[in-house]
Design a protein around this ligand. Sequence first.
Ligand SMILES: Nc1nc2c(c(=O)[nH]1)N[C@H]1C(S)=C(S)[C@@H](COP(=O)(O)OP(=O)(O)OC[C@H]3O[C@@H](n4cnc5c(=O)[nH]c(N)nc54)[C@H](O)[C@@H]3O)O[C@H]1N2
Ligand SMILES: Nc1nc2c(c(=O)[nH]1)N[C@H]1C(S)=C(S)[C@@H](COP(=O)(O)OP(=O)(O)OC[C@H]3O[C@@H](n4cnc5c(=O)[nH]c(N)nc54)[C@H](O)[C@@H]3O)O[C@H]1N2
Ligand SMILES: [Mo]
Length: 574
Amino acid sequence: LGTRNIDYNGRFCMSSAAAAGIRAFGVDRGLPFPLSDLAEADTLLLVGANVAETMPPLVRYLQQQRQRGGNLIVVDPRVTATARLATLHLQPLPGTDLALANALLHIALVEGWVDQAYIEARTTGFDEVRRTVAGYWPARVERLTGVPVADLEATARALGTAERAIVLTARGAEQHAKGVDTVTAFINLALALGLPGRAGSGYGCLTGQGNGQGGREHGQKADQLPGYRRIDDPAARAHVAAVWGVPPESLPGPGVSAYELLASLGTPDGPRGLLVFGSNPVVSAPRAGHVERRLRALDLLVVADFALSETAELADVVLPSSQWAEEEGTMTNLEGRVLRRRALRQPPPGVRTDLDILAELTRRLRDEPARQSDGFRFPAEPRAVFDELRRASAGGTADYAGITWERIEADQGVFWPCPSIDAPDTPRLFADRFATPDGRARFHAVEHRPAVEEVCEEYPLYLTTGRILTQYQSGTQTRRVGPLRDAAPAAFVELHPDLAARLGVADGDELRVTSRRGELRAPARLSTAIRPDTVFVPFHWSGAARANSLTNDALDPTSRMPEFKVCAVRVEKA
Ligand SMILES: Nc1nc2c(c(=O)[nH]1)N[C@H]1C(S)=C(S)[C@@H](COP(=O)(O)OP(=O)(O)OC[C@H]3O[C@@H](n4cnc5c(=O)[nH]c(N)nc54)[C@H](O)[C@@H]3O)O[C@H]1N2
Ligand SMILES: Nc1nc2c(c(=O)[nH]1)N[C@H]1C(S)=C(S)[C@@H](COP(=O)(O)OP(=O)(O)OC[C@H]3O[C@@H](n4cnc5c(=O)[nH]c(N)nc54)[C@H](O)[C@@H]3O)O[C@H]1N2
Ligand SMILES: [Mo]
């Protein structure tokens, strides 16, 4: 279609970690090592990750790690199910992880735990980082984060003296308007300790969705082409255009990010038509009331989904799509491992796979007299698409050229990069060099700053948002499953009993939570597991209980990630 307006929901998910990884390592592969390495780490630091609820299959590695006597340190403003597995839990104010990371590096420097030989041989830019973290002495960071000096010191010691240490971030640290710099601060810490590329050690981001890694490396993001190539790189454009049999000039330039695109819909300069595949922004986008108004202002909204999501309800046309168990193909998991997916059953009559929908739209557009173009062709079989992707990604950062369906089956998945059929795959990156031009990892000095919205008299509390075990994302798939609905029938506002007492609220009371962007209503759930200055609302529900009616649409300047994890609110009895 020649449009530059394409983006994806991973923009709301791992984009800050992706940008920080590219900046420091020259590549974004969420985990540059297999998950099983977690079990071997002497110290494991989990920052803003509630894996016991969000990635239960991963917990067995944490249990093995604990059984081996490892330190498991969890950083979360709430005592989550994951924090309860930890040897040490740090409970910072939302949005202060950057200061915390700088303090850990400050302490490591003072104590002599940094790896000078590694810094000299494998990195650039440390001097400025050293000067910056000098300003993050523990007592100052205790005041910023609320984490006691003794816990900062214990964490730094556990990381700095471990043989094998791993630092992982997830959405709690990343979904902020300073998410890229926050992740950078943790990468700085990992680099200074000499972790990335060392056996059983390193930094990683826990990718959320099944194929979130695959989506972000093959061009769903507005500035990308397949193989993690950049759409503004002339050589990358020439390569991919040749694979597609189109002139490079026919490829659009970089577009805008998901939220900026949604906010521009139906405005004088914005798109008037939108095709949505597998996303429900009416529930999942920040400042969702505004996004909903923009969607309503479109001339044409088409949604491909297998359920009538809140976004599909607004659509002019809904294209019923098959479910994951009805499709063939591959996905790329959080380890950068390409896996086979097999269809378990046929879709119901009249329902097409996503690929069939795209291929059929393509065929009809091609046959439009105005668009007749021989280049506008599209392989309609999953395997042919994958083989095209191998050619398109060949020579790129995420190189799939040597990955075949047979090899995936024989090896239980293949880790990229895998540049040729004869080449081994790459379960672990960075052993000898980083993916930067000079092979060195790059430090970047980063400074703490407050959340975009600080608390004030009118909005005196922090709101943070996230997930619970029994609901998934915008809830389209899980709110209609009986046992899950029974387990978690509705949203709630988690708040500390001290705060509840101050507000005159009892457990179960209907609350109104208001931010500068909107309000929600949901019952109170009293819990000592949360800081008394912060309330938590899961984002799985729509309507009056929609968390994203409140969230802040302030974006990270680099990743364009919204500040989902912290905004200022007022809480009162409804
Ligand atoms: N059951 C279930 N599982 C899921 C999903 C789901 O919706 N439901 N979604 C999937 C997807 S797409 C993703 S991205 C992953 C997300 O997986 P996670 O990142 O583990 O999930 P979240 O609940 O968003 O956030 C994790 C934790 O961050 C904490 N947090 C909030 N603010 C801050 C902060 O400022 N700093 C720190 N350090 N922590 C903070 C929250 O209290 C929360 O416990 O889960 C995946 N798995
Ligand atoms: N406040 C707040 N907001 C958040 C977050 C947060 O932590 N707090 N987290 C953010 C994150 S990490 C994410 S990943 C986003 C998720 O945001 P969304 O992607 O909008 O959420 P999903 O519920 O996963 O939406 C997927 C939709 O696709 C449909 N679907 C599923 N499989 C298929 C398929 O194979 N084909 C098609 N065509 N449709 C399919 C589902 O029925 C559903 O309607 O939300 C973000 N929003
Ligand atoms: Mo996500």
